[in-house]
Design a protein around this ligand. Structure first.
Ligand code: FAD
Ligand code: NAD
Length: 462
C-alpha cells in the first residue's frame, strides 16, 4: 500500500477540518485532509447551512412576492412556483462553494485524500477508498462532525420519512409535512415548506420551542411562527412513524395519530465516531458519545486532537471553524484563541432569531445579578420602512459593572445585527459603550443602541 508522511493529518473536511487545514498550511505545515464524501465542506456546505439558507432565501422571496409585495404597492399578478428551478439554484450554490474549497486546498497546497479515514495506531491513519494509503503524522486532528440522531420507532426510509437531507430536496411541496422536533432544523425547514404551501405540524417533546435559547425570545418566536401558519404541538411524545400507502402515519403517546405525506425527523445530531478506529489508540468517548478534549483540543491520547461537532459545545459551523484555527495555531505557534462566551447562534426563520452570551435563565440559575434593556423593532424607523416590525432586541448586562453578558434578538436581519453584540462581548464592552456608539440612521442597528440605552432606562424612542 502507498505511504505518505505529513506534519498534520485531518480526518473530515467540514468547517472544522478544512479551515484548520488551510490555517495550518498558511503557517507552513505539510497538511493532509481525508474526506469520504466526493464534495468538500462537510455537513455545512453539502447538506446543512448553505443549502438550507439558499432555500430559506428563495422561499421567503416567493412568499413575499405572493403575500408581501401588495403592501408596498407592487401588483404582481399570479406568482408561480417553479420548485425544480428553486432546487437547482440551491444545488448550484452548493457546488460553487464546495468547488471553492477544492480551489483553496490547491492554493494552500493541502493534500486531499478521498476515502474513509481510520486511525490504526499512534500517528497512523489509513485511507480506505479507491486509492488506499497509509499515512503517518506527528499530529492527527479528528473533525468528523455529526449525523442525525435516530428516534426509536421512526422508520427512516430516505424518502417519505427522512431527515434534513431529504427535506432539502423534496421533489414536490408536501400537502402535509410533520416535523418531529421544534429545534433549529425543525423551524428552518418547517418554514421553507410552509412558505411554499405545505401544512406544517411541528411535534415537540418539551413544553417550549428552541430549547436552550432565551425563553422570552423563544416564546415570541412561537407566536410569530404560529401566525405564519406553523402548527405547534408541544409536550408530545412521538412513539413511531411509518409508511402507509403513499403517505405516512405518525404515532404519539396518548394522542390520535396523524396521517401526512412526509415526515422530517429533527431531534438533534450525534457525533461521528463509528469506524474511526478509536479503539486502536484506546480513546474512550464521554457519556454522550463525544470525544473528550481539554482546552487545547487535545484528546487523552498524545498526538490526537479533535474539534467541531464531534466534541462538546454547540453544533455550529463557526464554532467548529474557530476551534480548528485555535487548535492548529496552538500546535504551531504555541497559542490559539477561542471565547466560548462570544459564539453567536442564529435561527434563519423570518424574522431571524439570534443570540450571543448568556440567557436570562442561565444568569438567574448562576445567581448573577443583571440589568435588562429591551427595544422593539416596532419603534425603529428602518423596520417600519421595510414593513418588518416584529420582534425586539434584548440586552442583559451585569448589574454592578454594566458589562454585557448576553444579547438576544428576534427581528429583521437579527443574524447580521448579532455580530455587533458578539464584538462587544469579545471586547468586554459595557451597555454604556454600545449606547455611546453612534449608529447610522435609519438602520436596524439603532435598535441595538436603543436596547443598550434601555438597560439604563433612557431609551429615546420609547
Ligand atoms: P461536518 O461539517 O459534519 O464535517 C465532517 C466531515 O467529516 C464530513 O464531510 C464527513 O463526511 C467527514 N467524515 C466523517 N467521518 C469520516 C471518516 N472516517 N473519514 C473521512 N471523512 C469523514 N451551523 C451553523 O453554524 N449555521 C447554520 O446555518 C447551520 N445550518 C445547518 C442546517 C442543517 C440542515 C444541518 C444538518 C446543520 C446545520 N448547521 C449549521 C450545523 C453545521 O452544519 C455543523 O455544526 C458543522 O458542519 C460542523 O462542522 P464539522 O467540521 O465539525 O463537521
Ligand atoms: P435541536 O437540538 O436544535 O432540536 C431538537 C429538538 O427536538 C429539541 O427541541 C428537542 O426537545 C426535540 N426532541 C427531542 N426528542 C424528541 C422527541 N422524541 N419527540 C419530539 N421532539 C423531540 O436539533 P436539530 O434541530 O436537529 O439540529 C441539530 C443541530 O444542528 C443543532 O445542534 C443545531 O445547532 C445545528 N443547526 C444549526 C442551525 C443554525 O445555526 N441556524 C441550523 C440547523 C441546524
Amino acid at each position: 500500500m502507498a505511504e505518505a508522511s505529513h506534519d498534520l493529518v485531518i480526518i473530515g473536511a467540514g468547517p472544522g477540518g478544512y479551515v484548520a487545514a488551510i490555517r495550518a498550511a498558511q503557517l507552513g505545515w505539510n497538511v493532509a485532509c481525508i474526506e469520504k464524501e466526493k464534495a468538500l465542506g462537510g455537513t455545512c456546505l453539502r447538506v446543512g447551512c448553505i443549502p438550507s439558507k439558499a432555500l430559506l432565501e428563495s422561499s421567503e422571496l416567493y412568499h413575499e412576492a405572493k403575500d408581501g409585495f401588495a403592501r408596498h404597492g407592487i401588483v404582481t399578478g399570479g406568482v408561480q412556483l417553479d420548485l425544480a428551478a428553486m432546487l437547482k439554484r440551491k444545488d448550484e450554490v452548493v457546488t460553487t462553494l464546495t468547488k471553492g474549497i477544492e480551489g483553496l486546498f490547491k492554493k494552500n497546497k493541502v493534500t486531499r485524500y478521498a476515502g474513509h479515514g481510520r486511525i490504526t495506531g499512534p500517528g497512523k491513519v489509513s485511507v480506505e477508498g479507491s486509492q488506499p494509503m497509509t499515512l503517518s503524522a506527528k499530529h492527527v486532528l479528528i473533525a468528523t462532525g455529526s449525523s442525525v440522531s435516530p428516534l426509536k420507532g421512526v422508520e427512516l426510509d430516505g424518502d417519505r420519512i427522512g431527515t434534513s437531507t431529504e427535506a432539502l430536496s423534496y421533489p414536490e411541496v408536501p400537502k402535509h409535512l410533520v416535523v418531529i422536533g421544534a429545534g433549529v432544523i425543525g423551524l428552518e425547514l418547517g418554514s421553507v415548506w410552509s412558505r411554499l404551501g405545505a401544512k406544517v405540524t411541528v411535534l415537540e417533546y418539551s413544553n417550549r420551542i428552541l430549547a436552550g435559547m432565551d425563553t422570552e425570545i423563544a416564546t415570541e418566536a412561537q407566536k410569530i411562527l404560529t401566525k405564519q401558519g406553523l402548527e405547534f404541538r408541544l409536550g408530545v411524545r412521538v412513539t413511531g412513524a411509518k409508511r402507509k400507502g403513499n403517505g405516512c402515519i405518525v404515532e404519539m403517546e396518548g394522542q390520535p395519530s396523524i396521517e401526512c405525506d412526509r415526515v422530517l425527523l429533527a431531534v438533534g445530531r450525534r457525533p461521528n465516531t463509528e469506524g474511526l478506529g478509536l479503539e486502536s489508540i484506546g480513546l474512550q468517548l464521554d457519556e454522550r458519545g463525544r470525544i473528550p478534549i481539554d482546552e487545547h483540543f487535545r484528546t487523552r491520547i498524545e498526538g490526537f486532537h479533535a474539534v467541531g461537532d464531534v466534541v462538546r459545545g454547540p453544533m455550529l459551523a463557526h464554532k467548529a471553524e474557530e476551534e480548528g484555527i485555535a487548535c492548529v495555531e496552538g500546535l504551531i505557534q504555541g497559542y490559539g484563541h477561542i471565547n466560548y462566551d462570544a459564539i453567536p447562534g442564529v435561527v434563519y426563520t423570518h424574522p431571524e432569531i439570534a443570540s450571543v452570551g448568556k440567557t436570562e435563565e442561565e444568569l438567574t440559575a448562576a445567581g448573577v445579578a443583571f440589568k435588562k434593556g429591551s427595544f422593539p423593532f416596532m419603534a425603529n424607523g428602518r423596520a417600519k420602512a421595510m414593513a418588518s416590525t416584529d420582534g425586539r432586541v434584548k440586552i442583559l448586562a451585569d448589574a454592578e459593572t454594566d458589562r454585557i453578558l448576553g444579547v438576544h434578538i428576534i427581528g429583521p436581519r437579527a443574524g447580521e445585527l448579532i455580530a455587533e453584540a458578539a464584538t462587544a462581548i469579545e471586547f468586554g464592552a459595557t451597555a454604556e459603550d454600545l449606547a455611546r456608539t453612534c449608529h447610522a440612521h435609519p438602520t436596524l442597528a439603532e435598535t441595538v443602541k436603543e436596547a443598550a440605552l434601555a438597560v439604563d432606562r433612557r431609551a429615546i424612542h420609547m
